[in-house]
Design a protein around this ligand. Structure first.
Ligand code: URA
Length: 210
């Protein structure tokens, strides 16, 4: 992927996103839509993967057929909302290896602090796709990618549902080598760090918490 930011304009993605944004959409429907949209976004974020061929036999004849090359890719969920995106992506790429990064915000320093980190081995040889539905300030995404790079990851892509311009800028400064794929670049952040127009708190909406 060469572009730093890709907004997936596909009509199905945009239609489903509109339904997800609506306040009246129930938790069950929100979850189902997230599952569906994640698969469409997964299609985009995996574009250009390295390929090789293998010899197969069709009912008609032998052929050299294309297959993915290299190690299984690694999907990294940034907890907790990342898990909602992860489920859909895993349906499309069931053999992917999976990791989790847990961060919370220190109320005094406002800096992200790690509370959980478990990732697949040999990260350096895998395409690593970090998933988090909301790229808001970018603080936790940047910190999660710092940790993934420390663990050896060299080829990282970031998948989110919505991005704020502030978060995209922050990521571009800190990690210009990490392409971002999203369904929408929204207007801005509000004074509480929420994306507007946005969809509210993604974790609360997918898990039915408040
Ligand atoms: N996290 C969310 O869940 N929603 C936002 O708008 C911003 C960050």
């Amino acid at each position: 992927m060469s572009q730093h930011l890709t907004v997936v304009e596909h009509p199905l993605v945009q239609h489903k996103l509109t339904l997800m944004r609506e306040e009246k959409t129930s938790t069950a429907v929100f979850r189902q839509l997230l599952r569906e949209i994640s698969q469409l976004l997964a299609y985009e974020v995996t574009s250009g993967l390295a390929m090789t061929t293998k010899t197969i036999t069709t009912p008609m004849q032998d052929m050299e057929a294309p297959v993915l090359d290299g190690k299984k890719l690694a999907l990294i969920s940034i907890l907790r909302a990342g898990n909602g995106l992860l489920d859909g992506v895993l349906e499309l790429i069931p053999s992917a290896r999976v990791g989790f990064v847990g961060l919370y915000r220190d109320e005094e320093t406002l800096e992200p602090v790690q509370y959980y980190f478990k990732v697949p081995t040999e990260l350096e040889d895998r395409l690593v796709i970090a998933v988090d539905p909301m790229l808001a300030t970018g603080n936790s995404s940047v910190a999660a990618i710092d940790l993934l790079k420390k663990a050896g990851a060299k080829n990282i892509r970031f998948l989110c549902l919505l991005a704020a311009p502030e978060g995209v800028e922050r990521m571009k400064e800190a990690h210009p080598d990490v392409p971002i794929v999203t369904a929408s670049l929204d207007e801005r952040l509000n004074d509480k760090g929420y994306i507007v127009p946005g969809l509210g708190d993604a974790g609360d909406r997918m898990f039915g918490t408040k």
